[in-house]
Design a protein around this ligand. Structure first.
Ligand code: SF4
Length: 200
């Protein structure tokens, strides 16, 4: 059975879905079955809320400063479970900080503005910028929504900035220095910090 919660870099991570509308060229899912403390992050079927709650209750969160929603899938694909898990964590461990790592495509997945769905629960929203323009974004992310995805992701990020204490863009260090500079300029123009993360 796949792990719903695993430890990676000293932090607990929640792996609540394997669904994702993208197929990013750098995605860790194509390279290994598991990550960190998890031998396997592929669910036979996405976990039910009861299974997620059982995993939350069984996990030792003592000493954890931050919990991250990020597994082998896009957390917003399981938005109801994401929200319920965030509520559960804030009720049981009010001091815990919560972060969601997302591709920022929740609005396209649900065809509505999803930026406020985790308001008051999540402290940090980290959004995968991945590229400085729609064409390159689509080459890298191979998104089911096509080139419309890039603009939707940017709009989601703009909305999130009004809602969450911390909003971050991320790119993976597979980009050329020139493309990275363009990403930095775009992020800066939106007033959102950019984190360059190493390919896992
Ligand atoms: S958005 Fe995340 S989970 Fe989905 S393919 Fe890209 S890297 Fe993988």
């Amino acid at each position: 059975m796949a792990d719903i919660i695993y430890s990676y870099g000293g932090k607990p991570y929640l792996n609540i879905t394997n669904q994702c509308p993208c197929a990013c060229v750098f995605c860790i899912r194509g390279q290994a079955e598991g990550l960190g403390s998890a031998a396997n992050l592929w669910h036979h079927a996405d976990p039910s809320w009861e299974e997620i709650e059982t995993a939350l209750a069984a996990f030792d969160f003592s000493g954890a400063g931050e919990v991250v929603f990020c597994g082998y899938g896009e957390p917003f694909c399981a938005l109801d479970h994401l929200r319920r898990a965030a509520v559960w964590l804030k009720e049981h461990f009010p001091a815990l900080k919560l972060r969601v790592n997302t591709n920022g495509l929740g609005d396209l997945i649900y065809q509505r503005d999803t930026s406020k769905d985790l308001a008051g629960l999540v402290d940090t929203v980290s959004i995968s910028l991945n590229a400085p323009n729609a064409a390159l974004y689509q080459q890298i992310c191979r998104c089911a929504y096509g080139e419309a995805a890039f603009g939707a992701m940017l709009l989601f990020a703009r909305h999130c900035k009004e809602v969450y204490p911390n909003v971050i863009f991320s790119v993976v260090d597979v980009l050329s220095e020139e493309t990275l500079s363009e990403c930095r300029a775009l992020a800066s123009s939106m007033g959102i910090p950019l984190r360059v993360r190493r390919r896992a």
